[in-house]
Every structure is written in C-alpha cells, then in structure tokens.
Design a protein around this ligand. Structure first.
Ligand code: SF4
Length: 282
C-alpha cells in the first residue's frame, strides 16, 4: 500500500486551481485557432482571435481567463493501493487545496453557503463538488474543473421515453444550445450524458467535458452522433458570444451508460469557451 499525505493532495489541488484559471488547455486553443481560420463572418473570426489573445494574456500576466473563476469540481481516481494519510480525509485535503489556491491565486470566490436562505459567500470558494472513484493501482489522479456559473445555468436534463430515436434527442440538444444563447458565452463545448439514471446521466455529461476536443467517442454510433450534433448546433448560427457566426460550439462530446428498460435519460452540460481543467497524477 502506497501512502500519500493529505498535505500533498492539498498542495496539488492548490496548484491545479491556479493553473486551470490561467491556462486554457492546448486542444481548446487549437480548436479556437481552427474555428477562427474557418469562420465565414469576419466579426466572428475577430471575436475568436480576441479569445485567443485573452488566453495568451492570461497565461503571460497571470490574470484569470475570466472574472468568474468558477466552482471547483474535482474528479478523483483513487487507486485501491493508495492510502491518504494525515489529519482529516481526502475531502478535507481537497477543500483545503481549493481554499489556498483561490486565495493565493487572487481568484474570485463564488460559493454561497446556502442556496436559498441568505446566500452568504463562504469566502473560500469551498466546498468543492467532489466525484470519487476507486480504480486499480497505486496512483491518485486529480482533475480539477473551474466551472463557470453562466454556462452551468443553461445545462438541462430530460427523461425521454425509451422509444425516442436519435433524431429526437439531437433536436432537443440543439434546442438546449439555442436556449443557452449568449448567456452561456459561446463558443461552447457541449457535454452529453445518455443513459444511466437521473443523476448518472448528469455526471456523464460533465465527465464528457474532460475528453480531448479532437477525441471522438470510441463507439462509432456515438462518434457519428457527435459529428451530426456539432453540425446541427453550428447551423444555429448563434456564433461566438452569440453575435452570429459559424462557430456556436467547438465540440460535442457524448458519454453513455446502460439504463433501465423503461428509461432514456439525457443530460446536457453546457461549457463556455473558458474551458478550464487541469489534471495531476500523484
Ligand atoms: S460562462 Fe464562462 S466565459 Fe462566461 S462568465 Fe461564466 S466562466 Fe466566464
């Protein structure tokens, strides 16, 4: 059994928060470059180039990519042969890392303690939303996503009849993207979860956002559906920042799971162009 100290976990999460809020992943930068080169509308191409310029300045001057530095969502792949030792639990260590990262990185704290009553800011950007899975091996993989509120707000879930076909689901997802509009800061990355149950489909839609934008689903049926969806969504003409153009989304990514014979759950997690996530393996 390998031992990792809680303070190592906290330190790693602290660094992830700061890095994620200042550095767009390479696949997102490349997708923005490709979209800018392909745009038929000059104003849309100009917005995409401004987003690239914004990303360059963020990394260079250590100025956050966006004023909304997000809710910290942390995915943990916990090797079965790893013990996390020290004061408190791995959850405490992650929250300590988020608090330190948002403080030291001068990142906006956006979490309120109660959703309805008072809405008082916790002042620490905690608690993080943590998803923990146990995997084989002696490593601890931590992925942090800084998820903006504007795009999260436009995410949707629907329980379809099990007889629904691919076309109906594509149209509902396109309508979801259209409703998201400028409020969710396009161009989007659209995460889709199909199957599982109510909560699993939502989790899958968020996990889908962690795939590389150029990496299609491993299942040819869903890879083709991703391609059709991206075409359909971009045909909406919403464009960068909702001001018109060919680039409403940079990618559509689908994850699936088996489901009940009576169910067909579908969730869409909308992600803005400020697609901030970082991973570390301890
Ligand atoms: S939706 Fe994204 S780009 Fe828009 S304000 Fe929120 S974090 Fe920033």
């Amino acid at each position: 059994m390998r031992t990792i100290e809680c303070r190592q976990v906290a330190k790693a999460v602290e660094s992830l928060c700061i890095a994620a809020c200042h550095e767009l992943p390479e696949d997102v930068l490349q997708a923005l470059e490709r979209a800018a080169a392909k745009e038929s509308r000059p104003s849309a191409a100009k917005i995409l180039r401004l987003l690239l310029e914004n990303a360059r300045i963020a990394g260079q001057d250590m100025t956050p990519l966006c004023q909304d530095t997000g809710l910290a969502v942390v995915f943990v792949e916990h090797g079965a042969e790893v013990a996390v030792a020290g004061a408190g639990t791995i959850v405490d260590a992650i929250n300590a890392g988020v608090e330190a990262g948002y403080e030291k990185g001068y990142l906006r704290k956006s979490i309120v303690a109660d959703p309805l009553h008072g809405r008082v800011n916790t002042g620490t950007n905690t608690p993080a939303v943590i998803h923990l899975s146990i995997v084989p091996g002696d490593r601890l993989k931590l992925t942090l996503m800084a998820k903006g509120g504007g795009c999260e707000n436009m995410s949707r879930f629907r329980m379809f009849r099990p007889t629904a076909d691919k076309g109906q689901i594509i149209e509902w997802i396109a309508e979801t993207v259209k409703q998201a509009g400028a409020d969710a800061c396009p161009p989007f990355i659209v995460g889709v979860g199909i199957g599982g149950n109510f909560e699993l489909s939502c989790l899958l839609s968020k996990k889908a956002l962690l795939r590389k934008l150029t990496e299609p689903s491993g299942d040819p049926f869903y890879a083709e559906m991703e391609r059709q969806l991206l075409e359909r969504v971009n045909a909406l003409g919403l464009g960068p920042q909702g001001l018109g153009g060919d680039t409403t989304a940079l990618a559509v990514l689908i994850e699936t799971a088996p489901c009940h014979i009576a169910s067909l759950p579908v969730a869409v997690n909308i992600e803005c162009h400020s697609h901030r996530h970082k991973t570390v393996v301890l």
